[in-house]
Ligand binder design. Structure first.
Ligand SMILES: NC(=O)c1ccc[n+]([C@@H]2O[C@H](COP(=O)([O-])OP(=O)(O)OC[C@H]3O[C@@H](n4cnc5c(N)ncnc54)[C@H](OP(=O)(O)O)[C@@H]3O)[C@@H](O)[C@H]2O)c1
Length: 295
């Protein structure tokens, strides 16, 4: 029976993981109030008390705009806390599973980013995630880091949920068309992780021999406008009428105050070769998600 500590249990990914991790062992799933990653001492204390075999860190400071003004807090939550987890787990030969983002890149590459491409974050959020990746690797224990794409589910606030609501209420919605990425359904990320971790159950040492950094995102790519259009198409297929008109705009026209990579598309080839499967096309996943009822 493995002992699994899950952080960020109320987040998009944390929620999905909570549904499946109990298949693999005894789960201690903590939300922000039960374990605040901004308090490094409490992170250490929980790990020392619970003595997990695996820590799955699904918590993060996610507000890209606000992160620019809260550099210390972002660093504590997104960098120092996961690095501390990695250091603690090295001592007990535990495994850290951590999630980062394509926002570690500057977005100037024309193709999908691979794990061998050099990060060059353009904002504080991306920088905090890159520093976490480096710190976890330097800690020298066993870890899996997954950089994922633009994540969505039917829970919480995210682009897909927001667009679904706005399409029914508004006349016209302007959506950025020059930022591209891989929309990724968190339920499929959780399912992929379940597969990997259950292999460790069959073959001890499986994760240690696969340890490293992987891109894990739906295949295919699109812009925020393309994703909005696909949400609209799905709603139309479901018989919804009088949906808002979508108007493509550039990042410049949108006037966002914080720089974002124009291309954060991830190639998941390394993951597919290492583990023998990948995530389906983003359009198919979106359709399945929007047909679901698990809000
Ligand atoms: N969302 C994306 O598009 C995306 C893309 C790439 C990578 N990722 C990575 O995926 C991971 C999870 O993302 P998600 O999509 O599940 O985001 P999410 O739904 O916003 O979940 C983030 C979770 O972190 C928790 N959290 C925030 N500050 C915390 C703190 N100080 N202490 C403890 N917990 C705290 C939040 O708590 P509350 O529930 O109280 O708010 C929430 O449960 C992150 O590592 C993120 O970098 C996300």
């Amino acid at each position: 029976m493995r002992r699994i500590l899950l952080t960020g249990a109320t987040g998009q990914l944390g929620y999905e993981l909570m549904q499946v991790l109990s298949l693999l062992g005894e789960v201690l799933a903590l939300n922000r109030h039960e374990l605040d990653l901004a308090e490094p001492l409490s992170v250490r204390q929980v790990i020392r008390q619970f003595k997990p075999d695996w820590v799955i860190n699904a918590a993060a400071y996610m507000a890209v705009e606000a992160a620019q003004k809260e550099a210390q807090r972002v660093l504590a939550i997104n960098t120092q806390a996961p690095v501390l987890m990695a250091e603690e787990l090295r001592k007990t030969k535990g495994v850290l599973v951590h999630f980062t983002t394509g926002y570690v890149f500057d977005g100037t590459k024309s193709e999908a980013y691979e794990e061998t491409d050099r990060p060059n974050p353009v904002n504080a959020y991306g920088l905090s995630q890159w520093q976490a990746e480096q710190g976890i690797e330097a800690a020298g224990g066993d870890y899996l880091i997954f950089r994922t794409g633009w994540r969505y589910s039917l829970r919480r606030t995210n682009f897909v949920v927001g667009m679904k609501n706005r399409l029914s209420r508004e006349e016209e919605i302007q959506v950025v068309d020059d930022q591209i990425g891989n929309p990724t359904w968190v339920k499929q990320v959780a399912a992929a992780l379940l597969i990997l971790l259950s292999r460790e159950g069959l073959e001890t040492g499986y994760i240690a021999c696969k340890k490293g950094l992987y891109h894990l995102a739906s295949s295919g790519k699109t812009s925020w406008f393309g994703l909005a259009q696909a949400v609209s198409d799905c709603l139309e297929q479901q018989g919804r009428t009088r949906l808002a008109r979508l108007k493509p705009v550039t990042t410049l026209e949108q006037g966002l105050s914080v720089l974002r990579p124009l291309n954060s598309t991830l190639s998941s080839l390394k993951f597919e070769q290492a583990f023998g499967f990948g995530l389906p096309d983003w359009r198919l996943a979106l359709l399945q998600c929007l047909q679901g009822t698990d809000e």
